[in-house]
Design a protein around this ligand. Structure first.
Ligand code: COA
Ligand code: AMP
Ligand code: ZN
Length: 441
């Protein structure tokens, strides 16, 4: 560990490319040793004839298959753990319950290294002891809460764990404690603009904000500028996913030109989502990640389903850790509302368990003022429309409640008569994405 004015840890941030490559190879060998006992990876390594002794280049990892979300689900809850249970200190579960959940478990060392990565990210953008940091993402199972929280305390910031929602209180806290740095979901940063207006406040004069970290869902360069201009701050893009700890995987430096992916902790590949062959730097493809530091649950070649590319060229900040472009989309049908991941099949499971629901439904995604919204239109039985309206309201409320329990966000729900939703030829279209394409992102 070597702290300087510029680097949280110069011993990893200021490496040359060849030093970083050597470090990765050394760590990858350790990972291969660690996963020998894994029920998933042990047999896969054996089949590929791959061991730490035989690993001569990073590219050798391509001999083993990718890990998919289905693999993680099939090993739920403890299947991928490579340490004795008494060494586990933390659990996070990614969104969803109906057979969709994936569990991520951490040792104390894992939690420590993760906190260190986030401290590194924040330090890189100018966060220093003396600053006040307010974390407006969900705590609990969401990794954005505790992940940033531990990182911020590690760095020595005054940390306000204000969590999601309760907007007026958020703003009061910012004002009373002179908050300088925010971690906030882009759509919520936009929403808070209205609340500030209602409170008659101008953040540039009434608050002491300097920096915001925006992540957990896709957003455009225009939204970044809008947030920067309104609040009078610098916005840095923050990327991560629960399967790889959470936030802290890739983060923008002061040059705001792509997110440095911390290659001492994660091995990065970009592959064509169809052929699964590697693509060249600069070409869009699916991001595939391997953990290099994790003890409790190492994951090899995880298909994130996030579509992005490596930005070619060097960053003026001097770090050789390569840079990811904005996430351009997904190679599966997952979408994100209010920072929460949703798979259409979760909606289907909920709906099909309600007797009054007919066979047809559609999820409509819309974008209002750059904020994504979800409407579920559901065909219900004809009887509901001839009966007392109260029955209809009760069913609607039940659907909303059950969806909220499953998805963790409250969708808009509209009940419609049987056969009123458009029928599709062949495979039913369950997801209507009416969001206008974002410019620059
Ligand atoms: N982040 C934080 N707060 C949000 C938000 C977001 N993305 N989207 C909406 N909110 C606020 C609303 O403005 C509202 O505030 P109010 O209390 O001042 O009225 C409050 O949360 C409830 O919003 P609502 O839209 O009625 O609730 P919901 O039931 O649909 O969603 C949330 C509930 C927002 C709490 C839930 O979606 C959530 O926890 N989101 C954050 C997810 C997260 O942190 N992801 C990061 C993963 S790393
Ligand atoms: P979770 O596992 O709940 O933390 O969600 C991770 C997912 O959120 C990622 O796989 C991405 O799809 C999305 N995500 C996280 N950060 C960003 C970001 N900065 N830009 C776009 N999408 C993001
Ligand atoms: Zn840089």
């Amino acid at each position: 560990m070597k702290r300087t004015d510029q680097y949280w840890d110069a011993s990893v941030e200021a490496l040359s490319r060849s030093q970083l490559d050597q470090l990765q190879l050394r760590k990858l060998k350790q990972v291969l040793d660690r996963v020998q006992s894994s029920v998933l990876y042990g047999p896969r390594l054996k089949e590929a004839g791959l061991s730490s002794a035989g690993l001569s280049a990073i590219e050798d990892i391509r001999r083993i298959p990718f890990t998919t979300k289905a693999d993680l689900r099939s090993q739920y809850p403890f299947g991928l753990v490579c340490v004795p249970k008494d060494r586990l200190v933390r659990l996070h579960v990614s969104s969803g319950t109906t057979g969709q959940a994936t569990a991520v478990l951490y040792t104390r060392g894992d939690v420590d290294r993760w906190a260190d990565l986030l401290a590194r990210c924040m330090y890189m953008t100018g966060a220093r002891p003396g600053h006040t940091f307010q974390n407006l993402t969900g705590y609990g199972m969401f990794t954005g809460g505790l992940g940033f929280h531990y990182g911020s305390e590690r760095l020595g910031l005054l940390t306000i764990p204000s969590g999601a929602g309760n907007s007026k209180r958020q703003i009061q806290l910012m004002r009373d404690f002179g908050t300088n740095i925010l971690h906030i979901i882009p759509s919520y940063a936009l929403r808070l603009m209205d609340v500030l207006g209602e409170m008659g406040m101008d953040p540039k004069h009434d608050l002491e904000l300097k920096i915001a970290y925006l992540g957990a869902e896709p957003y455009s360069e225009e939204v970044r500028r809008r947030v920067e201009d309104f609040y009078g701050i610098k916005v840095y893009n923050s990327y991560g996913l629960s399967e790889m700890n959470g936030p802290g995987v890739a983060f923008e430096c002061p040059f705001q030109s792509g997110m440095h992916i911390w290659e001492d902790a994660y091995l990065v590949e970009i592959v064509d989502p169809e052929t699964l062959e590697p693509v060249e730097d600069g070409t869009f493809g699916e991001l595939v990640l391997t953990t290099l530091d994790r003890e409790a649950m190492p994951i090899l070649r995880y298909r994130t389903r996030d579509v992005t590319r490596i930005l070619p060229g060097d960053c003026p900040c001097g770090r050789v850790h390569r840079r990811l472009d904005r996430i351009r989309g997904r190679s599966d049908d997952m979408f994100i509302i209010k920072g929460v991941n949703i798979f259409p099949i979760q909606v289907e499971h909920v709906l099909m368990n309600i007797p009054e629901v007919g066979n047809n439904y559609v999820i409509v995604l819309r974008r209002e003022n750059d904020i994504d919204e979800m409407l579920v239109r559901v065909e219900v039985t004809q009887e509901l429309f001839v009966e007392d309206m109260r029955h209809l309201h009760r069913v609607r409320k039940e659907i909303v409640r059950n969806l909220k329990n499953e998805l963790l966000v409250t969708p808009a729900v509209e009940l419609v008569e049987p056969n009123s939703l458009p029928k599709s030829e062949g495979k039913a279209v369950r997801l209507l994405d009416q969001r206008t394409p974002r410019k620059g992102g």
